[in-house]
Design a protein around this ligand. Structure first.
Ligand code: HEC
Length: 98
């Protein structure tokens, strides 16, 4: 491998390491946020009942942000993303690859 190729590779890896943690959702954080803030009005059995109102990943995220606004928690987008990912992983199981 010549010098230039090595340089390109190192740059590529550095960029990858830099961007990966930013984009990854944090399921553990989502679970903590959910358990501490979201079980005041309903419990998880609502997520798995037969006539649940949420039927896609988009609807899930929308519903969570509506509940979050209703409960006046002023979350960041990242926090909504984490809780969406957690609920999807634990209960809804929608396909996340679009
Ligand atoms: C102030 C009360 C309240 C709080 C707090 C609340 N919710 Fe809700 N949530 C509701 C109500 C009301 C519904 C609608 C129930 C229905 O239509 O049967 C609902 C429904 C949902 C649903 C849809 C369930 C289904 O049928 O598929 C999800 C998902 C959800 N909430 C997530 C959350 C999350 C995440 C939080 C924490 C950020 C949260 N909720 C906090 C009141 C609340």
């Amino acid at each position: 491998m010549n010098y230039l190729n090595k340089l390109v590779l190192v740059n590529f890896i550095t960029l990858l390491l830099f961007y990966l943690p930013v984009q990854a959702v944090d399921l553990k954080n989502g679970k903590t946020l959910h358990n501490e803030n979201c079980m005041r009005c309903h419990n998880p059995s609502q997520y798995t009942r037969e006539d649940r109102i949420v039927n896609s990943l988009d609807e899930l995220r929308t519903r969570i942000s509506q509940c979050e606004i209703m409960a006046e928690m002023a979350w960041f987008d990242e926090e909504i993303d984490d809780v969406t990912a957690y609920l999807n992983d634990a209960f809804y199981h929608f396909n996340i690859e679009k």
